[in-house]
Design a binder for this molecule. Sequence first.
Ligand SMILES: *Cc1c(COP(=O)(O)O)cnc(C)c1O
Length: 498
Amino acid sequence: MITTVSYQSTRGGESGVPSSRAILEGLAKDGGLFMPDHIPQLDVSLERLAGMTYQEVAYEVMKLFLTDFTEDELKACIAGAYDSKFDVPEIAPLREADGAWYLELFHGSTIAFKDMALSILPYLMTTAARKNQVKNEIVILTATSGDTGKAAMAGFADVPGTRIIVFYPKGGVSRVQELQMVTQKGENTAVVAIHGNFDDAQTGVKQIFGDAAFGKRLASKGFQLSSANSINIGRLVPQIVYYVYAYTRLLRAGKIVAGDRINITVPTGNFGNILAAYFAKQMGLPVKTLICASNDNKVLYDFFKTGVYDRRREFILTSSPSMDILISSNLERLIYLSAGCDAAANSALMKELSETGAYTITDAMRENMADFVGGFATEEENAAEIKRLYDKTGYLIDTHTGVASAVYRAYMERTGDETPTVIASTASPFKFSRSVMEAVFGNQEGRDEFSIIDDLSRAAGLPAPKAIEEIRCAQIRHRRECDKDGMEREVADILGLS
Ligand SMILES: *Cc1c(COP(=O)(O)O)cnc(C)c1O
């Protein structure tokens, strides 16, 4: 017997929202994020889950959160998403290297972990639209630090009844990431480079969502907005699955016994992926510590250390661009939970953040976050870890996974905590080939991206993934650019409003 889960805004303006509507809306009308009214508990044993496929585990987890989807609807979404788009049948394989377990989340069509949720979101969204008799065309507006944009377009390209518009920071993404986006096919896709950073793009998108007059203008032309960012509950829920799956693979392989606790390390930007791991723990998965790894933009490290969130600092471009973020949107969900689901307290802090750029949480809230520890790795530490691991084991990791790996090794050294640890491996090294090759073999200046990729392929002993072959000769189809305060005009132009 599954109890109903409904969704409410972290800012108190909406409650009792069924999951399908929360997915359609993306962001609550008051600017808050949707949260389940309670976290459901896993209702099958870990041993039974250990015998299941990825798709079966996905159903057992997602059915508990998306309670207004029927079994048939949910199973159809899962079957459509997790198929041969993934280049391994396990979907998310676990790979041991130097005593840690790397959970490879990059076997989908755009070779980053965003595929794990964005391959299913279009199915969830179109099913939700049908269930709610939506007649409008759904316009997915997305800010990307590099990976979400491509993964969302791959999922939504030519999906009837949808349009997708992606904003990315010009100069703030890797060459492979940019090529993947600007070559995207699909009549319903649009890509815009903004003159600003990821935070500007994300803030701009949130402003468009909050502009009621613009919303009316859209509605009069038969459009309604939704989001493919990790603020959408339809992305968070599918991300819980692979943590449950990873645990049960360790169990199946006899590396742990049921009930043993594991640690999870996540390279973090918008706080979506690690929040999903926290939800897995809250559902009853035996997890001890969640290690939140940051790059030089270490606002989260400072936050967990001091209880002060302070974005008033320089935005640093690093070799792990998908983590170059100073406003981690999903942290709002943890703030809300740690305040005992007090929407007023959360709203006050978020108001402070937008007005002053900082806020401080109470000691009681900090105690409620004791499952998390923060760490960060500098550019040098990240490169050194990628090289160390490769030299020792022959395993090549990307620059985001490198941050997590470096932070985990330092944590272990500092604490002596030898709990078995899963490290979320969030991108293929091919996606960040230049930085990865520079870490291992030194300067690659002046070299063409694709000859670096060929060298990486030899070094890793792996063929370049299909996603790379696709962009080698693909035609550039998107050339739009705009200033950070011109995003709404750009949307109007793309949709032909006037
Ligand atoms: C998006 C992304 C991250 C950060 O994930 P969040 O859920 O935003 O914390 C880390 N690594 C890669 C490769 C990513 O694409």
